[in-house]
Design a protein around this ligand. Sequence first.
Ligand SMILES: C[S@@+](CC[C@H](N)C(=O)[O-])C[C@H]1O[C@@H](n2cnc3c(N)ncnc32)[C@H](O)[C@@H]1O
Ligand SMILES: [Zn+2]
Length: 274
Amino acid sequence: MCYNENMRRVICPVCGKQLLTCDKSAYCENRHSYDRAREGYFYLLPPNAKKSASPGDNKDMVEARKRFLATGSYLPLASRLCELIDTRFKDGIALLDAGMGTGYYLSHIADSRGHKDDMIGVDISKDAVKVAARAVPDAFLAVASVYSLPVADGSADAVISVFSPFADREFARVLSEGGALFAAVPAEEHLIELRRALYDDVRPVQSELRSDILRETAREELSFKFELESSEDISALLSMTPYVYRAPCDRVSKVKNSDHMTFTANFLIYTFTK
Ligand SMILES: C[S@@+](CC[C@H](N)C(=O)[O-])C[C@H]1O[C@@H](n2cnc3c(N)ncnc32)[C@H](O)[C@@H]1O
Ligand SMILES: [Zn+2]
């Protein structure tokens, strides 16, 4: 019995054959099998792809991201991604979120497009996938690496990559003809107020994307301000950034104890095609 339509697109991470599934497990014709976790996701990360015992964002970072995103502060980015997808794809599509974190963007896109798309989400962090499993219960979700996606060649019409590793070779492999990759990265002024509060020497963020494999067809900047009005929300924002580990402790504490701050969000959103 097939678990959902997406299973046609999901491949065995060991041999690359299509995965078939019963309720509680998935298996390929070479008898590699994978249990479905209680929360509904599959663990499709081969042991040799793990560089640490628990790769990707840890539980604290995942909880911080969940709390921060629940403030709605990045809603304009989620909405813009939806518009870009809607403009290009009127009918239901196969959509992959590569490095989906807590599933915030996937869930927003699912709701705003009326759940008409077949969705796959992957992240290398088990803690993130567990949270995403609650946020997007009708998607096929897996613990997997964006550098070795358990997704068949040419089977994703849209791939989204939001602040996650840019595995352009894999994205090109899984994109269908006519498919598109929408990738968002922080731009120069992103969270400038936070960085000024933490460091004396603040440099512009450099995270422009380039690909020799995919063709960049559009690039746009999205900027807006947002306010956080509790020390818990400000701490959550800080805790989902790498600054929390790198900045001087006294400056980190001061930010964490602030109960009102205004921030600049500044993103670049790219569209790439094959
Ligand atoms: C900055 S977070 C962004 C998460 C989500 N897209 C969002 O914006 O809320 C980056 C995510 O990439 C994941 N990640 C890091 N390396 C990865 C890899 N090789 N394969 C899949 N996911 C990875 C992390 O676990 C984390 O959830
Ligand atoms: Zn196999």
